[in-house]
Design a binder for this molecule. Sequence first.
Ligand code: CMX
Length: 137
Amino acid sequence: MKKVDHIGIAVRSMDEALDYYIHTLGLELLGIEEVPSQKVKVAFLDAGNIKIELLEPTGEDGAVAKYISKRGEGIHHVAFGVSDIRSRMAELKEKGVQLLSEEPKPGAGGAEVAFMHPKSSLGVLYELCDKSGKGDK
Ligand code: CMX
């Protein structure tokens, strides 16, 4: 895990957040898509060496909706870009890290993703994000 791919930011309104990130901060929008498996709409912005991923809940019962209702908007997770995600997951599991799923799940941009529980990662929700063969969006 040598590279942070993106930082996920939980937002209530994608439109308001995009206005801020594009027009106030001057970041370039790379794309918007819905990720049904995670119950979010996401937008990726180019922040130079990493991307910013805005996360807007699409329902009331997803992880991001719950996060916003408990903690408000803000930094939600940090995603490491990895290859061979299943091997990375096995290594982490062996070292005692609690993963939130046994298998990777479909994420944005055709990636396979898996999450580490913040309770076993010193309070940070980390994502493993494997885009092998899927381009670099
Ligand atoms: N960062 C840090 N800590 C977090 C957190 C986050 N994003 N979300 C929850 N926590 C902490 C809470 O503060 C809480 O701590 P305390 O017990 O000390 O209060 C604890 O984790 C449990 O939180 P909770 O509100 O009861 O939430 P759940 O246990 O129901 O769910 C989690 C937490 C991490 C298991 C859930 O958010 C999850 O499954 N996340 C992975 C999937 C995900 O986040 N998808 C959205 C992103 C999708 C994408 O990038 O495409």
